[in-house]
Design a protein around this ligand. Sequence first.
Ligand SMILES: NC(=O)c1ccc[n+]([C@@H]2O[C@H](COP(=O)([O-])OP(=O)(O)OC[C@H]3O[C@@H](n4cnc5c(N)ncnc54)[C@H](O)[C@@H]3O)[C@@H](O)[C@H]2O)c1
Length: 392
Amino acid sequence: MTQSNLRLGVIGLGRGFMLTLPALLGHRRIDLVGAADPRAEARARFTQEFRGRAYRDFTELIADVDVDAIYIASPHEHHTEHAIAAARAGKHVLVEKPMATNLADCRAMTDAAAAAGTVLMVGPSHAFDAPVALAARLIASGAHGRPRLLTAINYTDFLYRPRRPEELDSSGAGGVVFSQAAHQVDVVRRLAGAPVVSVRAATGDWDPLRSSEGAYTAFMTFAGGISATLTYSGYARYDSDELLGWVSEIGHRKDPVAYGDARRRLTELSDTDEATLKLSRAFGSLGVAAATPPPPFHEHFGFVLVSCERADLRLMADGVQIYTDEERRFEPLPAPTVSRYAVVDEFVRATLHGEPSIHDGRWGTETMACCLAIRESSRKGREVALGAAFAD
Ligand SMILES: NC(=O)c1ccc[n+]([C@@H]2O[C@H](COP(=O)([O-])OP(=O)(O)OC[C@H]3O[C@@H](n4cnc5c(N)ncnc54)[C@H](O)[C@@H]3O)[C@@H](O)[C@H]2O)c1
């Protein structure tokens, strides 16, 4: 039986959408047919570029009978409302990370999809990156024994890139735990391949001129005696892309000479200019091209090392370096042909072919539970057990 393509609508045509767009355009089973966004310039550009229908209000998009599925790339605080409404209208949902900002919302989203019989998937996150998938396959092969210890380190300029005010408000949905631990936790969970047992963490808010949760470190334990340390700083000083051969998070070559650029640009801006500058990287802004060529390297989320029983596996932007007792060898990956293809392909397989998805609503809920535990552990100064969040 031949099946027709998945007719996709997008809620939120911002930076997240731009990063997924190459895969939406590059997957032969996706028809990008509709969008919803309050920004008139984004709607006009969508209609012009993709001949799709563009609505101001998301309820009109999900009521569109010619849309089968919705990719939700609106700000975090809208994910739950958008996902539940879409499921109730019978639409499959791919929702950006973080899935939501509390566990009750994650469960309500999962329940809505289950009641409607629709697919709910969470992504993209860096757990979909090809080097992570390759390392996960190497681990699953059993050739190097079981994973024992994982180390994940990422030092970026996250806090000094142009931001909406909500993105910095860590009393709410802002800050690096929801936005960035959602990636790093996903990566270590995929590689550990076991349920999380506990989290001990500390978060940092260190710049009084830009107060926000800007860093964290976490020690996670998993079933089967696996443990992981995760460290993230968005304070734009040390840049761990150095450890990846100066390849950026999205797979482009990076110039180490441009040290301090993010902070410098920000000091020259007013608050209004900052919001405008953020939008300059969104869809519909002048000079932002929809069709970008693939980057020369794979995406990554900083330094990741998995110590297995008989080898250490180090994830690089072009493959995995394997250190055994006898030798050091490199398992290469072909260069990417379409950015973020894996997430869109997993969504297509789940919706059109009924294949199980790794990154389903339950997966997203569990990653959210870890993010919330990072915050709680830091606040209370003690280890947080995750048993309840991971129970059947
Ligand atoms: N996976 C990734 O690598 C990645 C990267 C960037 C952003 N994101 C995620 O994407 C989401 C959006 O972040 P962003 O950086 O793209 O923000 P952004 O500000 O660049 O874009 C948000 C877009 O949503 C629109 N919007 C706002 N309220 C809306 C509503 N009620 N209905 C419909 N559209 C609405 C805005 O007009 C804007 O176009 C966040 O959850 C973020 O975590 C993920």
